[in-house]
Ligand binder design. Sequence first.
Ligand SMILES: Cc1ncc(COP(=O)(O)O)c(C=O)c1O
Length: 377
Amino acid sequence: MDIEIALLEAWMRDYYHKVDHDIGSSGVRDLTMAEFRQLCGFEMSELDSMVFHDSESYGGSVLRGALADRWTGGDRDRMMVTHGSSEAIYLVMQLALAPGDEIIVPTPAYQQLHDIAAAAGARVTRWPLRSRDGFAADLAELRRLAASGPKMIVVNFPHNPTGISITAGEQRELVAIAAEAGAILVWDHAFGELTYTADPLPLPLWYDRCIAFGTFSKSYGLAGLRVGWCVAPPQLLARMAVLRDYIALYVSPILEFFATQAVRNADRIVALQREHAGRNLRLLSDWAASVPELVRFTPPAGGVAAFVEFHGQPDVVRSCRRLAEQHRVLLVPGACFGPEYRNHARLGFGGTAAELTAGLSLLEQVLRSDAGMVVNR
Ligand SMILES: Cc1ncc(COP(=O)(O)O)c(C=O)c1O
């Protein structure tokens, strides 16, 4: 398969494990096992009776049931447990599309949401979220684009990398647009549980052609768990099970044990992370307001990433490299989301307050020096 390099993941491969201050990732602060156990109230000794059996193609029945209770009103037949939502995205894009099908995806977007489809021969139409409009979703424009009758519309609200979202009314309008076009609506809920300006949106499962993805990586602080889920029509899940027989077969029962604890205690975990992220967002907003000559910033409605535009920078990718290599600070250049975003960077504020403060201070230093300004204010 001829597939584009996943630029964001390639950047992470180069720098994620070589920095002290992470202000680039899109997930909240990862929990330690001790914190996780305390939040959920379980003991490691509960694992002693676990037998290293295989799990099930669609996910072990306990975890699948817990996820179904949280997301599908108890309907397990539409739920599959996957290795992160990444596996779900891959399986869906491979199986729900045929060469020549049209798929509409926002730009910017998480690359896996369009380039797996492109590699499978789909025609990708981009729905622009414009920097000058604070990246607001323009549904009138989506309606115009969808007049061509695409096979699939893919969205992700709150959105990576901008953190923008839509209202409940706009979500209904989005479903109406997909329904009029006869399109599958892919709803990537990676950041769906972590919102600031409004309550989390529901999964739009009242639309029978909706496919939804979720993950423990972003709002829970369990990125290393590598567990996600997919809600899809049972016929599609059956085809996904057949394809994953050639890849990973099923998710480890050890991971499923921890994921079950996480779903059962989801509200407590996410509430804690939201409180922490909200404080960091205020830190970031204050910093951005103090350096208007350097950055432009639309505060995110959810998630823990913002897409920041830099002023007067000759080469943001080079600045990001310098930041990582000389100052051990991780930032993600906007160019990882497409060449038109070369003046932007994804700034993550999910880490500790100390690493955010230190990271912003070093970022400011590098931006001032690269823009030829006096470094010490
Ligand atoms: C929008 C979006 N969807 C899905 C994923 C995949 O995450 P995971 O495989 O960890 O669940 C990511 C990861 O960055 C993402 O940003």
